[in-house]
Design a protein around this ligand. Structure first.
Ligand code: GYE
Length: 340
């Protein structure tokens, strides 16, 4: 009898153990394994920490890697393409399973991406676009649609100036626009500007607007403030509209405008891109007029895409995340729901 009970117990334990093993396997292939049961290692090259948006983007990637059980080798390039290239080379030397990177500028990636391809390491481009001689050098691109964002900026501002019955401050016949551009050579700065100008050129209201000055503020608050100060010095009473390629530069510019004794959001209409909490607060305070959303929360989609690629599944070559438009009058209601 004792023997039979012992045998029964032993077989029960085996079933339980097998069950657990199966569970673990299912768990590990659902999270963090590339199909062979081994934990995925991803090398990720980030640009740096120039804006509130970038911080949210970094957090999203780090959190999503943790949630997916992916081992993330994170590298911060401190705003230098050469550091990104070095990081990618070191990921290749380490033999990571997959490489993801945010290209600070559009061009200059061919050689290093060819090295990754030769090493059979798939590459995912995140956030910004690249210009390559051969698009097979990356497997997928996850990011945002900068041209549409730029177009939406013009459309919104044109409607607003008309609805508010605004008149040029200098008594002339055109609204004068100043632009704070993002990082020189970055796809986002190039395409946001292109979208804005194209929408303006295509509009029946094109002749109502004049781009007075356009200069880089490098996507930072400090540079945004400095460049706005110089715009105000050169063109003070002429400026009607500020378009900032990101919220941080607009937030810096607001300080410059106040220092010059003007009312941001009233004397100068302000529109920017990103949709960070700091900008929602500025709109609630009546100091800015609209933000066109650019979604930094790309981590979960990145990890999901990486797993699919390593499992041999086909993925979309290009995926843009969803984005909205938030004028000042919805800021107060929307702020509590904002995730970044
Ligand atoms: O708009 C800006 C940032 O690449 C879309 O980079 C991103 C831009 C974002 O630093 O705030």
């Amino acid at each position: 009898m004792k023997k039979i009970i012992a045998l029964l117990l032993a077989s029960l334990m085996m079933i339980v153990a097998a069950g657990c093993g199966g569970g673990d396997q299912a768990k590990s292939s659902g999270s963090g394994s590339g199909g062979n049961g081994k934990k995925i290692t991803m090398g990720f090259s980030q640009i740096g920490a120039e804006s509130e948006w970038r911080t949210a983007n970094t957090e999203s990637v780090k959190q999503a890697a943790k949630d997916a059980g992916i081992d993330l080798q994170f590298s911060d390039a401190q705003q230098k393409q050469e550091n990104q290239i070095k990081a990618i080379r070191s990921f290749i030397a380490q033999g990571v399973d997959i490489i993801a990177f945010v290209p600070i500028v559009e061009t200059g990636w061919d050689t290093v991406l060819k090295e990754a391809k030769d090493a059979k390491i798939p590459v995912i481009v995140v956030d910004r676009d690249v210009k390559l001689s051969d698009d097979s050098l990356y497997v997928a691109k996850i990011g945002t649609d900068s041209v549409t964002e730029g177009k939406n900026v013009f459309k919104w501002v044109d409607e607003y100036m008309t609805k508010q019955n605004k008149k040029p401050r200098d008594g002339g016949s055109q609204f004068n626009v100043v632009v704070l551009e993002g990082t020189v050579g970055s796809s986002v700065a190039i395409r946001r500007q292109e979208g804005f100008k194209d929408a303006m050129a295509a509009s029946a209201d094109a002749s109502k607007y004049n781009i007075l000055a356009s200069q880089t503020g490098e996507f930072t608050r400090q540079k945004g403030q400095e460049v706005m100060e110089s715009f105000l010095k050169s063109y003070g009473p002429k400026i009607d509209i500020l378009f900032a390629h990101n919220d941080d530069m607009a937030l810096g510019a607001i300080q410059a405008i106040e220092k010059a004794g003007l009312k941001p959001g009233k004397d100068i209409t302000i529109i920017s891109i990103d949709g960070v909490k700091g900008m929602f607060q500025a709109m609630i305070d009546g100091k800015s007029n609209c933000t066109v959303e650019c979604n930094p929360l790309q981590g979960p989609l990145l990890m999901e895409t990486a797993k699919k690629i390593l499992n041999g599944e086909t993925v979309e070559k290009l995926v843009y995340v969803d984005e909205g438009i938030f004028p000042a009058d919805v800021a107060e209601k929307t702020l509590p729901e904002r995730k970044y």
